[in-house]
Structures are given as structure tokens and as C-alpha cells.
Design a protein. Sequence first.
Length: 394
Amino acid sequence: MRKMWAVLLAAALSAALLAVGPAATPAAAADRALALTPPMGWNGWNAFACKVDEHTLEQTADLLAANGLQAAGYQYVNIDDCWMSRDRDADGRLVPDPVKFPHGIKGVADYVHARGFKLGIYESAGTLTCADLPGSLGHEQQDANSFAAWGVDYLKYDNCHSQGVPAKQRYGAMSEALAATGRPIVYSICNWGLEDVASWGATMAQLWRTTTDILPSYDRMIANFHVNVQLADGARPGAWNDPDMLEVGNGLTAAEDRTHFSLWAAMAAPLIAGTDLRTASAATLAVLGNTEVIAVDQDPLGKQGRPVSMAGGLDVLAKPLADGSVAVTLVNETAQSALVSTTAAAAGLPGAARYIVRDLWEHTTGESAGAIGAVVPGHGAAMFRVAPADGPAA
Ligand code: GLA
């Protein structure tokens, strides 16, 4: 009798298992606390592409400290593609290029950690990286262990040479491998917005790319904005849409640089600077270092700004902030200057007789009965922090 019960129980259990299907590899749940606000830092790709080495990274860390950007919040020093040797070692481990990294990745990690920074690295969820160096597909745990042993704090995980394996599976495997190392490592999915990553990225990572690669071109920057701005529902503390790294200082006009930085802050995007800090102009540093705009990006409420209106190339975005004020961003995508305007009510502010309007680029404070607007130069932007006069900014 007892045996029969056991058989029946076993049959019932396997039927239940069959009904659920084979367990999908559960991606490790992302630790939201690792990125409660969008990550800020620097990555060499946009300025140096494959010309990466320990000297440049360490010099950049020193410059971030000296030029005030570290104090403004830039924390990660991130290595992109091309840091490794063509071949894994005899035990299958990734090997840092000995010419570019004579002290290994651990040497750079120690250097930046001693100066209060964190270190990021790059790999690909494929058999090769985009520069055709060894990829991590099938080597997830071994590579995650290397990163952890070297003291890496952030992984950008690219999408080249994927061998047709579904993204969720490839990215989930690395998510689990990172969690298994026991080291807190921010996980940045870089699958270019494919396979609907915005709908599942937050289940396993702190940020995920939503677009194809940015370039130092106004049109490419605006194209990424147009895609990313539609995905506001998915962003929250610890989980961010990533419209790609910053091109500020890399050839856009002064007005375009301001627009780029304003839009990224309005969308609570990661702020990963990508310009050569050895030659960056005062104007570039002033954009990257605008702490009033950075405060909008880093606001603890963690809301991504939404379009209030986008018509005829004139865009208005509203981003609610933790203190009850709203960041209002006005962008003119056309070539001629134009009036871009909205109202406090349309931006989601409560009714009030007067509003305090702080201009985040001019650093001036004014008042308004409700109209918010500016004549914005072609390709330019204006950005305001608006609060009821009896509210937080009063
Ligand atoms: C892809 C990524 C870029 C960069 C390069 C490196 O194109 O999207 O951000 O990492 O690979 O090869």
C-alpha cells in the first residue's frame, strides 16, 4: 500500500513538472541597490575605440579627480573592447593584453580603487567580441570569476557573435555567473535594444542598451533619444534604459552637446562620458560637470522623463523629482531658433498662483504664473526645474 502511494505520488509530481515544463534557467535577480541612480563614469570607446591601455585609464582617473568630475558624481572608469589577448591561457582563462596592460586588469583596478573609483570591463555574450577577441559564451562562470578576482565592479556585456542563441539565455547565463562570484558587479546589457530587452532587462541587470551605437553625430544622438524616450515605463531605481554613452566633447556643436546632456539627464540615462579628458575644452567640462543637470539625472525618485509634447521637431519632456518639483526640458530639433513652450499643469505640477523656475544651464532663478518656455536655438535645449512657489524650491 505504502509503495502504491509512493508510485502515485511520483506520478503526480512528474505530471506537475511536465505541466510547468523544464525549469528555465532563472537569471539571477539583479541587485537594485548597486545602481539606485543611473551609473556615472567614463568609458574609452567613443574617444579611443581599440586604443585602450592601462596608462590612458589611470591618467583618466587622475583627470576625473583633478577636473572636478569625480566630485560631480563620475565614479566608474570603464574599459571597452580590445583589452585582451587573442588566445585564452592553457586553463581557458582570459588574458589581458600584456603590452596594453603590463600590470594586468588587477593593476588598473588597484590604481582606480585607491583613488575612490570603480572599474568596469567589457565582454561579449558571443563566441567573440565585436573586435573578434575571445567572447564569454560558454565561458560565463570562468570569465566572471576572473573579473571578480581582478576587482572588477561593472561589466558591459556586448552582443557580437551570438551564434543565434536567444539573448535572454545568453545574458541570463552571465547574470547568474556574476551573482555566483559573490562580488557586487553592476551588469550592463549591451544587446542594442534587440529581442525586446526593455521588457526583461530589469529581471537580470541594472541597465540595458535600448539602441544601436551612438556616433558623434547630432542625427544619431537624436535617433537614440527618439527610441529611448518611449521606454520610460521600464526605468526605476536600480533598472535603467541605456541610450548609449555620451559623445559630449566629440564633435557636436556647443548647442548640440547641451541638448545631448540635457536629454540624457531628462531620461535618467547612465552618464558615461566618452571624451579624451587630456584635451577636453573648458566648455566640454562645463557640460559634463553641470551639477544642476546631473542632479536631475541622479534624482532619487528614479523616474525617466516623459514627453509632454513632441511635434514639428519641438520637444517638451517632464521628469518628476523627489522634492515635488519637475524638470522640464525643451528641445528644438529644427535648424532655426524657435519658441518651445508648455505649462506647469501640462508638465504635471500641481496648481499654484506662482512657480519658481530655475534655469539649469543659465543658473538663474525666475518666476512664472504657469507658462514655461524659451526661445531655443536650432539643435539646442533649455532645461528648467519648476516648483510651486510655496513648494520645495521656494
Ligand atoms: C559594440 C558596442 C559598442 C562598443 C563596440 C566595441 O558596437 O555596441 O558600444 O562596445 O561594440 O567593439
